[in-house]
Ligand binder design. Sequence first.
Ligand code: GDP
Ligand code: MG
Length: 345
Amino acid sequence: MPSGDEGQLLPIPDPAESARLLGSANQAAAGEGFRSGFVALIGRPNVGKSTLLNQLVGQKVAITSPVAQTTRNRLRAILTTAGAQLVLLDTPGIHKPHHLLGERLVKTAKGAIGDVDVVLLLVDGSEPAGRGDGFIVELLRHCRAPVHVALNKHDLVDPAQAEALAASYREMLEGRGDFAGPTPAGQDPRPPLAWPLHPVSALTGAGTEALVGALAADLPEGPQLYPADAVSDQPEQLLMAELIREQVLSHTREEVPHSVAVSIDRVVDDGPRTAVLATVLVERASQKGILIGKGGRMLKTIGQGARLQMEKVFSGPVYLELFVKVVPGWRRSAARLAELGYRGE
Ligand code: GDP
Ligand code: MG
């Protein structure tokens, strides 16, 4: 990392302040020693990858939820500091695939590891290291890029426990303990890994400046790839669909979430207002019933929640009309998945 305020975040929502900071970021970009590149975020479902992305770029670019497997698309969030630009790839959590959609999630996540400059392995640092983490460490062991480990959810850690928790992750990386299963017969013992550990809280932002500084220091020297005020390269319609899906996830229980997809049917710029027509696809008639609710109340709540989020993200009034459609087995149909933008890459 060159000199300067490494890890300083640009407060995108405040135009005056960001204009001032953008000036300094652009000057740094023109000068010597600016760094830029791609950072892949890898981790089990629910460790806080999407929360961290939103925290880092200072606004909502990824949806989060207490339900695992929320993130389906590889999302790029862009973070520009005075000395570096990090293009962050949010990947679906790595887990055992159960059906076609699950397999694509894992493939996308693995694909992201191959072509990045730095890998950030995110773990739930409020719990000791476990076999799920060991599985990912073995996946990452032979990747070319340097790996950093963020011990997330540090806000939940009792200070008296912090050292013991961190020690369990060091133990995992050093190959002590039984995290990755026995070494196959005839193979040398796994060499210890010296990946740096960073305690952070994606929720409060604690520790994230130091983390960004460490990631930036491992990027190659290079120019700014995106404008300094860009926060995401995700198409607007995809983000709209994700905001609707987030409301479905937060207002319904397990019966619905994994079998829901959203398609944006039409977006009309209607003067100052944006009109959006969207369809929520479910697999069974019973799920349609749950989503619509008594007298349409559930759909109304979901629609209102999504509309408020869209108005925040796109800063303007939004008119949202939501439909629910039953498409049996959409998760298994490859053509349907491609149409909805879940590509295997
Ligand atoms: P992902 O599946 O890895 O993308 O995880 P999410 O970002 O969707 O987060 C999963 C859950 O963990 C959500 O309920 C978040 O609010 C919560 N979470 C994420 N980061 C933190 C953190 O630093 N502290 C606490 N207390 N909760 C967190
Ligand atoms: Mg996520």
